[in-house]
Structure formats: C-alpha cells, structure tokens
Design a protein around this ligand. Sequence first.
Ligand code: DGY
Length: 339
Amino acid sequence: MTPSAPPQGHDAVRKQVLVFRELPPDQLARLQAVHDVTVANPRKPEERAIFDAALAQAQGLIGSSFPVDAALLARAPQLEVVSSISVGVDNYALDVLQARRIVLCHTPGVLDETVADTVFALLMATSRRLVELSQRVREGQWTQNIGEDLFGSDVHGKTLGLLGFGRIGQAVARRAALGFGMPVIYHARRPVDLATHAPELQGKAIHTPLPALLAQSDFVVAMLPLSDSTRGMVNAELFAAMKPGAIFINGGRGATVVEQDLLHALDHGPLRAAGLDVFAIEPLPPASPLRTHPRVTPLPHIGSATHDTRHAMAALATTNLLQALAGESPAAVYNPAQA
Ligand code: DGY
C-alpha cells in the first residue's frame, strides 16, 4: 500500500485526527507526519475526557471495536471521515454517516485468509475436541488410553455448509474442498459466479437452498455480516433443521445467532458441538452459559488476530484515512456515495 504523499506548500492543511484504538508506531507516524493526532481509548476511564475533547474537534476518526453510534457522532460536529480497522461495519451508525455525508472506510481483503485459518482451526478443534483433551493432559488425567466417550468426529470428507459466501467464506471453502476433500455447499442471496471470483471452486462449492443445506451439512459454518436482515437469523427453526450430530461454527458476527436457541440445540436438539469466535456481547459476559458449556469451544474474537494481518489492516485503514482527508478516493471505502 502506498502512503498518501503529505500535502505540500499552501495546500498543507493539518487536520484533527482522533485514534481510538492503538495503532502500530509506523502507522501512527504516517498520520502524525500530516495531521494533528490525539490517541485516546474511550474504553479506558482515564482516557475518556481526552477522547471527548478530541472528538469535538475531530475531522478524522480511526479505530475499531467501539460503537460509533448516533450519540457519539452527535458529539463530533467536524467529522469528515471514519476509518475502521475492521471489515465489519456493524459498530457504525450507517444512517447518520449517510445523512451527514461522512465517508466510512474499512479493511476488506487483507484479512480473508487469516480469518479462514481461524475458522478452520476452530472447526478442527471442535470436531476433534482438542481443547478439552489437551486440558485433560495438563490436569494429569492422561493415565490410560482415552475411551470412546472422548473420541471426536472426522473432518475430511464430511459435508461443509456455509451460511454466507463472501471472500472469507470462499477462503474457508477452499480449505475444505481442496485440502480436506469435503463437499461444500453454501447459502447466499444469489449464487456466486465462481468462474470469475473463485475458479478453483467451480464444481466444488454448490449454491444450495437453506433447508437442504441444513439437512445435509455435518458442519454448518456461519460467516454472516451483521445487518438488519441477518440479526438473529440463525434461530431455533434453523437449528431444528440441522442434521443430527452436526457441528456449528460461527466466525462472522455473534448477533446473527440467537444464543438461547443455540444452547437449546446443544442440550435438547441436533447439535453435537459448537465452535464460536464471536458473541452477541463481547467480551463474553462471565455469566454466559456459552463460556462453560462442555461442548462449546469459545474463542475471544481472534479471527484476524495475527501480527501480520492486524498490521496490514492498520496500514490499509491509515491509507484510507489519509486519502479521504486529502479529498482523494480511499483504497477501501464502504459508502462510496460519500467519497
Ligand atoms: C473484522 O474485521 O470485522 C473482524 O471481525 C476482525 O476480526
């Protein structure tokens, strides 16, 4: 990614930028070279006053994992650009941004393979009970060969059903179909043109109506973005239609799943197990039964959390912000009508 050149001479206008989640030093330096930058994390009580004061002046915001809602935007009258260090934009009041013609940028593409790695690791760990069995070793319980009660289930050759088939879903499908010999079926609003977008999956990933996908899949993997149409989409009705012994994985957004219905499907329905990287409320509240359920493998939303990928996301978000504040078309803009 090529950094925007700093504005020159009379055109050099330093703008006010508020960084609300830590940026790597090299990316922070790119911003500081061009603009006046305040770094303040609104989640930390001791930084809240600095955040509030900077928000009132900010023309650019960059960060992630904090709700940039209507109330927050009302306290940012100068705002021109919001650059999210995430691909998901469910933390942002899209209608307010639209109405105020504030540009919203995000980070698609650079995290696809890493998130797919995480989802596949979760699928493997859940089906082979890796976390639970490793814990037994640590606790000194490996005193004889394990019995059938602790066996897992195979992954290779089993059917994978994907809810959502965007870039990350396709990366999961490649791992399953090309690496593990798994038939892949997917449900999306419309079939994806694989010849153009993923030729290696032609004939290997089949668009399938939802009832058939649920009935056939040994693994149901949700890779859904959160929107009005997907909120609570994976509910009791869907769980009841899943194959007996199915494993459910969620690598998209927690609130696309009705968590009470998931728990019911684990305890009284067809589900063998669940692997979850995302939850309706994050961090997962201590009282959530999903934290301790014996057949749930929970992760702390680590889909893209590698050094390489988080740096690539920060770099793309920084580039987006610099470009948009300079009046250029950002590399990855979510609401192009505003750009
Ligand atoms: C995103 O970028 O939206 C991911 O959830 C981060 O892991």
